[in-house]
Design a protein around this ligand. Sequence first.
Ligand code: FAD
Length: 475
Amino acid sequence: MAPNNTYDVIIIGSGPGGYVASARAAQLGLKVACIEKAPRLGGVCLNVGCIPSKALLDSSEYLQLAKDQFADHGIKTGRISLDLSVMMARKEKVVQDLTENVRRLLEGNKVEIIHGTARLAAADQITVESDSGTSKKKQITTLTAKAIILATGSETVPLPDLAFDGDKIISSTEALKLDAVPKHLGIVGGGYIGLELGSIWLRLGAKVSLFEMLPKIATGLDGQVGRKLQRVLKRQGFKFFMNAKVTQAKALTKNIKVELEVKGKKETVTCDKLLVCVGRSPLTRDLGLDEVGVETDPETGRVKVDSAYRTNISSIYAIGDLVPGPMLAHKASAEGIAAAEIIAGHPGEVNYDAIPSVIYTWPEVASVGLTEEQVKERNIPYCSGTYPFTGAGRARCMGETEGFVKVLAHEKTDRVLGVHIIGPRAADMIAEGVLAVEFAASSEDIARTVHGHPTFAEALQEAAMAVQKCSIYAS
Ligand SMILES: Cc1cc2nc3c(=O)[nH]c(=O)nc-3n(C[C@H](O)[C@H](O)[C@H](O)COP(=O)(O)OP(=O)(O)OC[C@H]3O[C@@H](n4cnc5c(N)ncnc54)[C@H](O)[C@@H]3O)c2cc1C
């Protein structure tokens, strides 16, 4: 084998897990190759996930503001209209620029980027199938490494008997590049992806019906926050069908008939696109796991790893959506850094109690730590403080007063157990809550920290003060 086919670490996948692991391993002096089968680097997050969805959420939010709020600020804009192709081109440019940044980052760190589909061949060996220039024949290259990190991510799952057709029955990937606003968008699944994509198309003019099998949306949220979010979205125009099981969907020439079972009763809803976002499954197909003997969880299909991200084969590691835990980009990146550091002989770990989660609806929703329901289930004695954005000067200035901050703290030690925010810029505000959980801060620590005025973060300070019933402004 040629020595240039030998590496310290090979990373399969260039998503936020894989590219971050690649950069960190290279910074630590290792010889690294990152293999990517898609034409562009960056994985689901940059290409068909976090980034394009947020680009469209931001654009559609501007449209909504221009239509509904500019007049309140004394801004006259005349007739507002949508040019969807420009909005999509802008999104594409944001994606293209960021994927190029990933390329520059890896090249700058001397990571060898190899385009092709990787497969495990042995505990220290992979094969890469790639196009061989002009001929149609595929070229197979064998590479060896002391360590291999699997970072192949996840893929959308269809409902049983409801295969994606890319036209009427679509996944999040197609929902991010529609060339016309659907008249009526049906969404199966009330998780964050359904709520965010539903918000985009609702703001752009679609009627949106959301079918959720459970009695509540975004089930991981603190109950009080989840109920508030559903009320707000309903007011914005979402039509929710709760406890609604989609039993069948028939694609007709112009539209699609969705059959539902709602609390034992049958209902039919006709829409022109049906977006199915009922979860994602780890991408382990054709990766050679069985041949090499890498164990997966039979129930979830996720690759089993220990606390050092090592699989049962000691030279093979796995991170990101492929392994247990929330399927989130920042969780994948944190694991990528930890795995790279461990492989380079350093300590590396991720605090799973301090991973924020965010829903980029408007108002945004963000949380970290335990929900009130989880605190009760665990019989932890606790105090809670809430503060509404109506009491925050900055929120008044912006005209965005919907929502509140909730802080949960241990009754005896005052240690912060959870922070839950629904409101303007919650996604950015939650960083302070994450830091509090990470540093095992008390609610008094937040309360006594001087916050700039006027800021949204003052609402978090007031909620922390309310834990000890000493909020200055709460009535
Ligand atoms: C619509 C949508 C919105 C989202 N929004 C957010 C958000 O706002 N915030 C957030 O934190 N998360 C969000 N996510 C989730 C986030 O995208 C994932 O958690 C994250 O991308 C996982 O990173 P990863 O590195 O594990 O895998 P991925 O990003 O899935 O990357 C895996 C890469 O591996 C490549 N690959 C797979 N198999 C092979 C092979 N055999 N050989 C070579 N390459 C291979 C794939 O092509 C891919 O590029 C969103 C997801 C979706 C679908």
